[in-house]
Design a binder for this molecule. Sequence first.
Ligand SMILES: Cc1cc2nc3c(=O)[nH]c(=O)nc-3n(C[C@H](O)[C@H](O)[C@H](O)COP(=O)(O)OP(=O)(O)OC[C@H]3O[C@@H](n4cnc5c(N)ncnc54)[C@H](O)[C@@H]3O)c2cc1C
Length: 476
Amino acid sequence: MLKSYNTAFKLVRHMATSASKSPKLTDVFIVGGGPAGLGLATGIKTSSKLKHLNTVLVDGGDIKGKVAPFYDNPPDFYTNRVVSVTHPTREFIEDKLGATLRKDRIMSYDGICVTDGVSKGLIDMERPGMAWMVEILNVQSSLLNRINQLKPSGFNLLDKTKVVDIKYSDPEDASSWILVSLDNGETYKTRLLIGADGFNSRVKTFSGILSQGWFYNKSAVVATMKLDMEPLKIRGWQRFLPTGPIAHLPLPGDNATLVWSTTNELAKLLTSIPVEQFTELVNAAFVLEDVDMKYYYNQLMNGKMTTTELKEDVQFRTNQILASLSDESMADDIYPPPITDVLDHTRAKFPLKLFHADTYCQERIALLGDAAHATHPLAGQGLNMGLCDTDALVRALESATDRGLDVGSLFALEPFWSERYPINCKLLSLADNCHKIYSNTFPPIVGMRTLGANIINQIGPIKDYISGTLSYSGKY
Ligand SMILES: Cc1cc2nc3c(=O)[nH]c(=O)nc-3n(C[C@H](O)[C@H](O)[C@H](O)COP(=O)(O)OP(=O)(O)OC[C@H]3O[C@@H](n4cnc5c(N)ncnc54)[C@H](O)[C@@H]3O)c2cc1C
């Protein structure tokens, strides 16, 4: 009730003030203060060729109060939105934009062990410094910190403010500057409008740019986990279960982060059971068979198993599996370090989808990051693709400026989308194909993928090629 009153009040205020005030002019108007939007703002204000462009960034969230303070005063736990950052992304953030990620909050890892939940298929990729696990807040706050250091002129960050309306200044002319109205009553007239406003992009809706894709009808459950001790080998672990992959990725010290993709029904179960039961299931999912997992899901859904019973059963079945290994030390090579706890408040779930916009730009509009594409997290690519898009857009705007073009014109923007679209297509289909191949339990398919995985595992150069591609992906 109070919420709808506030919204109505903001709308009335918006109508009253926008009727009386003329719009403020700007060159670039960025909607969205996620990694892509903040990356672009930093890119513009760092570039000697672009810094003269008046730039406004607007975000509905509390960027100044909740995101920026992370840099100097991070919480004493690891937050749950953690991403794998590849080399091109880190080079863009640190070398090109001059931002510095908080080093004490990131973890470099030296490869990934990929196993199959229904067979003995295994690909064990060792690659020193393959990528880094980084909290999204670390990325955002380091970009904000960089912008603050630059003390740029002609930059305005408006947070806790939403876009409520977008239209062309001349309704008859789709190349006219764009009018953006905000819920604080202000209206901006911009040469270039950037949609860095995530999957439900309002800018994309206004542009009429269509997307192709689908929802997987699955969700990713994320959480911050505690290990009993700091692992010796720092690597990622991913096991493909028939319901979706579960990934255990390192964070500094005795911490790790989880991304467990599964059916919506199981995601609901996993985020509602007591945290002690969840901890047992995570350990079980990396070692036990699918039939065991199905038994646990069933028992827990029907309230037929206590935490103690679950714990004892998982321990019993795990011991049986470990005893069946030809060499006990093998366990450390094929299973991740067991977790001892999960930070309850970090458990959350996100719906999974694949979407790709048909184009990323049109006259006066460009889409960046998740506004342009959304991918399954199994290959850890979404943010990497978004920041590589941002890099390409900054370069396109620089060369447009060199050539004396209007930065809002399609001529200026097209090189950005023609560079990024084919690369993103490749990465989106890589994640989708992996998802499809591994969700299949038809025995001949399982046999073929197991054989394929085991052959790849024996051939060093192929493994190096795959791990190298993942390590440098986003850009190529
Ligand atoms: C479980 C999971 C694991 C992942 N793991 C990885 C990984 O390992 N590696 C990787 O590269 N990627 C990963 N990703 C993807 C990555 O998190 C996203 O691709 C990335 O965060 C998207 O950034 P963005 O800036 O494009 O959009 P967002 O972060 O969605 O930012 C959009 C911003 O726009 C603002 N906004 C929206 N609408 C409005 C409006 N009308 N007015 C004002 N503001 C508005 C929002 O407040 C928000 O701040 C993962 C995703 C998930 C769900």
